[in-house]
Design a binder for this molecule. Structure first.
Ligand SMILES: C[S@@+](CC[C@H](N)C(=O)[O-])C[C@H]1O[C@@H](n2cnc3c(N)ncnc32)[C@H](O)[C@@H]1O
Length: 227
């Protein structure tokens, strides 16, 4: 569990101060249990960045607030979360951050001229069946710029005790409390993610981000090679 440390992290969470208590609580817990500050430094400091499955948009906003040279778009299949994300950023000052949110169907990845400089996933792919996540990753690789980065953060399947705790928590969130939308609960290992991304033609690198956390956070980063 880590509280927000950087100025941008504190600013991001402060935007939630006047939102409904349940959303505020959710975003604060999410922050403390996910390694957002370690993940943010893996994303290019400038350019067009897409976050797929942004939920309440806390990480999307943090990316944008951390560097105004990033132009960030967050998309999600959950319209209620996107509405809250939009509400949360109304408090941003003019020019403070460059970002927007869109409600989109699963697999509807927006395309931009020149492609995205980075596409980010933070704890989304475990909610998709294997075929759907493989197809979504391939679609995202297509949507990247010639040297774009695919940044995929998930909870790994090892060490086992940490993985089981994370999986139980996600079972509660999706199947019991129903605060997370998703078709499946199917946790990919970092090795599986790396294999998919390599077969999509990316040069990959895996790092663990779980020091000081209960969950086995890891990130696989894939760089596209110009075709
Ligand atoms: C655990 S939340 C993570 C939210 C956010 N990335 C974060 O780190 O706080 C998973 C999110 O993925 C979204 N999601 C599930 N399947 C999706 C899909 N096929 N396409 C886009 N978003 C999806 C859910 O609606 C949910 O908001």
């Amino acid at each position: 569990m880590r509280p927000p440390r950087s100025v941008a992290a504190k600013r991001t969470l402060a935007l939630w101060r006047d939102l409904p208590r349940s959303a505020r609580l959710h975003t604060n817990i999410r922050w403390r249990t996910a390694p957002f500050e370690a993940l943010e430094v893996q994303v290019p400091r400038s350019g067009n960045i897409l976050e797929v499955g942004c939920g309440h948009g806390v990480f999307t906003t943090f990316l944008a607030v951390s560097s105004p040279d990033r132009s960030v778009v967050g998309i999600d299949i959950d319209g209620e979360k996107i509405a809250l994300a939009k509400q949360s950023v109304l408090g941003l000052r003019n020019g403070e951050a460059n970002l927007s949110f869109e409600h989109r169907a699963s697999g509807d990845v927006p395309l931009i001229d020149g492609g995205w400089d980075a596409i980010v996933f933070a704890d989304v792919l475990y909610l998709l069946p294997v075929e759907a996540r493989t197809a979504l990753l391939a679609e995202c690789v297509e949507a990247l710029s010639p040297y774009g980065l695919l940044v995929v953060k998930e909870v790994d399947t090892s060490p086992k005790f940490k993985a089981q705790m994370a999986q139980f928590q996600e079972f509660l969130a999706t199947k019991v409390l129903r605060i997370t939308h998703g078709n499946a609960l199917n946790f990919p290992s970092a090795v599986e993610l790396e294999a998919i991304m390599t077969s999509d033609g990316l040069e990959t690198k895996m790092s663990r981000l779980d020091k000081g956390y209960f969950h086995p956070h890891c990130v696989v980063i894939g760089r596209k090679r110009q075709a």
